[in-house]
Design a protein around this ligand. Structure first.
Ligand SMILES: [Zn+2]
Ligand SMILES: [Zn+2]
Length: 127
């Protein structure tokens, strides 16, 4: 399933700042991610003075349509390795639940007990 996030904010800073000397707006472009809280400098195009600034990163929230509405989950098997740790997973709300016996057979997933039993027997064969 192809779920496209709807971005509510971008991470590239291209914001207007206020020059602390002349009070005019200055347009600043910067990559916000690695420089949180560090000082940068910019020359004001209006008064020509250098001022410093810090970038504050705002938490972003991506929203998705949750068509299951927590009632009609679209259960898919998770790709967990080893397979015995697989769970059923709803890609729309993130809900997880253990496999039923029928699903275990359908997807050919061993139970954890079977898995560890096989592990022990194969390692004892090796030694
Ligand atoms: Zn200025
Ligand atoms: Zn769901």
């Amino acid at each position: 399933m192809d779920v496209k996030p709807i971005k509510t904010r971008i991470t590239m800073i291209s914001e207007k700042a206020i020059c602390p000397y002349c009070g005019k707006e200055v347009y600043i472009e910067n990559d916000a991610s690695p420089f949180n809280g560090e000082l940068h400098t910019e020359e004001c195009p209006n008064c020509g003075k250098i001022f410093s600034y810090t970038v504050r990163v705002v938490t972003e929230i991506d929203t998705y349509k949750c068509d299951c509405q927590l009632k009609d989950h679209k259960w898919e098997i998770s790709n967990t390795s080893p397979k015995c740790f697989s769970t059923m997973y709803c890609p729309e709300c993130g809900e997880r639940r253990p496999l039923t016996e029928e699903e275990r057979k359908k997807y050919d997933i061993p139970s954890r007990e079977e898995y560890f039993k096989n592990l022990n027997s194969s390692s004892s064969e090796m030694s």
